[in-house]
Design a protein around this ligand. Structure first.
Ligand code: C5P
Length: 227
């Protein structure tokens, strides 16, 4: 049996990895894992149930029981227990909750198996923080996207405004830096490039340029078997 190829795209928030991962998956006909969405859904599910995040066992149980559906109401849609949470998981409050639950080892452990199940033929593009280091350490290609915090805050600002969600740039920058700090300093699965990752600084690149570079690297790493 030939194993499904995996391309991991890790990096800090608003580095462009979500958009790049979706475009690369589409170009290759691969499925897509937005692992951040899993942490976001877990965060808001915990809040809805008024669960104390200090109770790691209950949080792990909640993570194991979550009924999450991706893409059933169009690309990028996310449903939790039959409710459309696509917009709710993208709010700042949900980002913060995701980063808090992401620092809890029992929650990460509970979400690990779910993430592995996304690996289906012909292949998977997985985006997150620890896709290349922990979840898919044997991936065919590992990319780590970075960009300056200022550039990333600008991108997030434009995204939110375009969706009609109010945002204040200096607040976004401050929140983004503190989330970077929490994600990189935590004891479990900290945000860092895998030793064998290709690092792409996207500060001065367009999305199209980044996608093209990743596709060139994908073709080289997967040889002629690539669709
Ligand atoms: O990628 P996104 O911004 O949606 O991720 C939200 C938060 O979820 C991150 O700040 C991080 O704390 C957490 N996360 C994680 N591991 C992943 C993906 C996301 O800890 N693989």
């Amino acid at each position: 049996m030939t194993r499904a190829a995996v391309i991991t795209i890790d990096g800090p928030s608003a580095s462009g990895k979500g958009t790049v991962a979706a475009r690369v998956a589409e170009a290759l006909g691969f499925s897509l894992l937005d692992s951040g969405a899993l942490y976001r859904v877990l965060g808001i599910a915990a809040r809805k149930q008024q669960l104390n995040l200090g109770n790691h066992q209950q949080l792990a149980q909640l993570a194991a029981d979550l009924k999450i559906e991706f893409g059933n109401a169009g690309p990028g849609s996310v449903w939790l227990n039959g409710e459309d949470v696509s917009l709710e998981i993208r709010t700042d409050a949900a980002s913060k909750l995701a980063s808090e639950v992401g620092a809890i080892p029992a929650a990460r452990e509970a979400l690990l198996q779910r993430q592995l199940e996304f690996r289906q033929p012909p292949g998977l593009v997985a985006d997150g923080r620890d896709m290349g280091t922990i979840v898919f350490p044997n991936a065919e290609l590992k990319i780590f996207l970075t960009a300056s915090p200022e550039e990333r805050a600008q991108r997030r600002y434009k995204q939110l405004i375009a969706k009609g969600i109010g945002a204040i740039l200096p607040d976004l920058l401050r929140e983004l830096k503190s989330r970077d700090e929490r994600d990189s300093q935590r004891a479990v699965s900290p945000l860092r490039p895998a030793a064998d990752a290709t690092i792409l600084d996207t500060t001065r690149l367009t999305i199209d340029e980044v996608v093209t570079r990743v596709l060139v690297l994908a073709a080289a790493s997967m040889g002629d078997g690539t669709p």
